[in-house]
Write a protein that binds this ligand. Sequence first.
Ligand SMILES: Nc1ncnc2c1ncn2[C@@H]1O[C@H](COP(=O)(O)OP(=O)(O)OP(=O)(O)O)[C@@H](O)[C@H]1O
Ligand SMILES: [Mg+2]
Length: 509
Amino acid sequence: MREMGELWSQLGSLMATIMFVYAMYEQFFPHHLRVYARKYTQKFTRLVYPYIQISFPEFSGERLKRSEAYTAIRTYLSANSSERAQRLKAEVDQGRQDSVVLSMDDNEEITDEFHGVKLWWSANYTLPRTQSFSFYPSSEEKRFLTLTFHRRHRHLITTSYIQHVLNKGRAIAVDNRKLKLYTNNPSNDWYGWKRTKWSHVNFEHPSRFETLAMDPKKKEDIVKDLERFKTGEKYYAKVGKAWKRGYLLYGPPGTGKSSMIAAMANYMNYDVYDLELTAVKENTELRKLLIETSSKSIIVIEDIDCSLDLTGQRKKKKKEKDEDDEEKQKNNPVKKAEEEEKKESKVTLSGLLNFIDGIWSACGGERIIIFTTNFVEKLDPALIRRGRMDKHIEMSYCGYEAFKVLAKNYLEVESHSLFPTIEKLMGETNISPADVAENLMPKSADEDPEICLKSLIKSLEDAKKKAEEKAEKKAKEDMEENEKKELAKDEKVEDTGKSGEEVEENGIH
Ligand SMILES: Nc1ncnc2c1ncn2[C@@H]1O[C@H](COP(=O)(O)OP(=O)(O)OP(=O)(O)O)[C@@H](O)[C@H]1O
Ligand SMILES: [Mg+2]
């Protein structure tokens, strides 16, 4: 016991001596001598200290983008650290609020082994040079992971082990993956305490290709296309094409464009970035948003024709609408502010084109971009040319085959005596799958499928009647218009004394 006490006191005096020597050194040694001393100390340390350290910073490239390597390694370490680390950090799993994820705490170290070689990982951070009190994490706080190993294993570690960790980390992330739906925040929120460009929630849309009502051949074609894309990394590299694919979904409202996107995301197991263009103020913001998207994702711009003034046509229509709405908005300050915000948006067609081309060149692979529109003819050809939007998919009104899918899903009915009537009516009139689905949904638990089918027949008959009335009205209007033209022509003939043909040739003035 006395020996222990002596040892402690000796250690204490040794520490005091070291501190004294260091203080003298700092005080009396000129700066340039200290630089020399540090240099040679480092050389000496390198000679006697046989370990190599590699650090993996959290952010790369001026804090623009979270390093993928850092994320993958953290995932790998989290999977290993819960058993090996002594100090752990617990965070609530964003996907399942009832479970926590354990990872190694800051400045904690764990060991790993690879082909019999022992190595050490530690999680570190550096504080900002000037410290000031803040409730929120400092933007200058830099986190990094450090790998330490003996220099004799340099080759094995740099060529195999790091790749092994990255692959494992990515695989674990895919296994644990919960699909997310991201929406972009207005740029005012980008720099506050939230500091995120995208907000996310779990993506739990039930739409799948099996539940999607459309022509089976078309569906099969799309699934094959996606499959080719998913497994095509090597092919894309071989032909020198970026591993991205653009889809344009177009068709009338309620034909399943949004459902198709959800089905694609579920099939591919990709996150969805729902980009709301009206919340983006300018082209540079678009680029920043793009940089923050991750691979294995679908970037969606819905109703592209409504998000931007893409053509003169659209502008005119909006102007007319604005005039209509002006009066209403005068008395509604909230709407007015919203409208003003929309007007502030300065994203241009060329900005959008650069954004898409950026996806193709500026960020990593495995990304899909989807545009949807109700009016394909309104879009600028530059926006939807092949190479940008590689595949154009028309989502059309409900055909008989699509109806059968819905009947099976909603009513569990594969054939029925009313089916031929429905088939005939569907050939004669247009109805959206959304309307069919609405009719087929039983209104009470014990509702007979026949009642639903009859309700659908009624809707089809109504739609047919409406379409006929509309066609009749249109024919009548056309006839009246022609009559007016004829009348105007006759009046001109009487005034000028020329024949009808002559007036026609020269035009009516
Ligand atoms: N092809 C379809 N297959 C299955 N269900 C569909 C289909 N189309 C529409 N529906 C049903 O109708 C609802 C609306 O469809 P969805 O939102 O996908 O249409 P949309 O084409 O995106 O319409 P909009 O152009 O108005 O955005 C869906 O929730 C779904 O229940
Ligand atoms: Mg939609």
